[in-house]
Design a protein around this ligand. Structure first.
Ligand code: C2E
Ligand code: CA
Ligand code: CA
Ligand code: CA
Length: 288
């Protein structure tokens, strides 16, 4: 029942209301949303392929507009990027996510869930490659971590492959600085761009994420499996954490585990969940 409740909440969270085309949304709506605090977060767990142990959560932005309904991030993130609102959004998202991380890491929560498993949990945040030039943003993120006594080592900054590779060479300074401060860096949606191994070696990433389009089609496509195999191998040979996103069935998870892919994320494990539902999910899973 709990799971049904969580499912329906998340499904509701994902469905645009009938007749409300997200394209109607404009930059004023987004500015208002940021001012009024309409952007919330859903959290998707990341587990070890081998053991199913939770190691992290990814924060994903959600916007429920009172009139326009649910606006998907694929719509409002590009809008924010196009109108110079992305750094403001990133900082809001960061603050919410860090507050929540501090909360699930607290002794209070440990007592409530009956164990300390969440006290080491790592938080992944999506960062637009456009922000890489903005040193002030990353200083602010570091500051927010310190205020909450959260070690930067517990934060993974995810950058998408195409953008990261185009801009990362020029932003090598920023990336190196972030690594030295302790942040982990992840390269998201890997396999979709055309990065070379040479480029990847030069950049201080700690994780590589196989794009979900390959993972979701692994069962039916030898091409997809070939991409997954080569990304996992590349990641391993560079000493990176390898993560597969979009894991929807047990067969795919078994395949990933056989390849020695480290981590998995996907609907099989859990959909992105509202903050409270996440703890319910965790408790239900631990008591299985
Ligand atoms: P992403 O970072 O690649 O996130 C993974 C997306 O795949 C999420 O979509 C997630 O809900 C979805 N997903 C996870 N597991 C599965 C699965 O098993 N099957 C399927 N079909 N989908 C799965 P979502 O939440 O709609 O986000 C879309 C994109 O929007 C994200 O892709 C990310 O690039 C961007 N985004 C979301 N939140 C933020 C944010 O706070 N900042 C920035 N800059 N971008 C964000
Ligand atoms: Ca991501
Ligand atoms: Ca991705
Ligand atoms: Ca499938």
């Amino acid at each position: 029942l709990l799971h049904q409740a969580i499912e329906s909440r998340e499904t509701a969270d994902h469905s645009p209301a009938e007749g409300n085309a997200p394209r109607d949304v404009n930059v004023q709506d987004l500015e208002e949303a940021l001012t009024l605090g309409q952007i919330h977060l859903a959290y998707q767990p990341k587990v070890r392929c081998r053991t199913g142990t939770i190691v992290g959560v990814e924060a994903l932005a959600r916007w429920q507009h009172p009139r326009l309904g649910f606006i998907p991030p694929d719509v409002f993130i590009p809008l924010a990027e196009a109108h110079d609102l992305i750094d403001r959004l990133t900082l809001q998202v960061t603050e919410q996510a860090l507050d929540w991380l501090a909360d699930i890491s607290s002794d209070d929560t440990a007592r409530r869930v009956g164990q300390h498993a969440l006290q080491e949990t790592v938080l992944s945040l999506n960062v637009s490659a456009r922000s890489l030039g903005n040193v002030a943003l990353f200083d602010a993120i570091l500051q927010r971590c310190r205020e909450r006594d959260i070690a930067p080592e517990r934060i993974v900054l995810e950058l998408t492959e195409t953008s990261a590779m185009q801009d990362a060479i020029t932003s090598l300074d920023t990336l190196t600085r972030l690594r030295l401060q302790g942040f982990q860096l992840s390269i998201d949606d890997f396999g979709t761009g055309y990065s070379s191994m040479v480029q990847l070696v030069r950049l201080p990433f700690s994780e590589i994420k196989v794009d979900k389009r390959f993972v979701m089609t692994a069962n039916d496509s030898e091409e997809s499996r070939a991409v997954i195999r080569s990304v996992v191998e590349l990641g391993r040979s560079l000493g990176l954490n390898t993560t597969a996103e979009g894991v929807e069935d047990g067969e795919t998870l078994a395949y990933l585990d056989a390849l020695k892919c480290d981590l998995a994320q996907g609907y099989l494990i859990s959909r992105p969940l509202p903050p409270d539902a996440f703890l319910d999910w965790f408790i239900a899973r631990e008591s299985q």
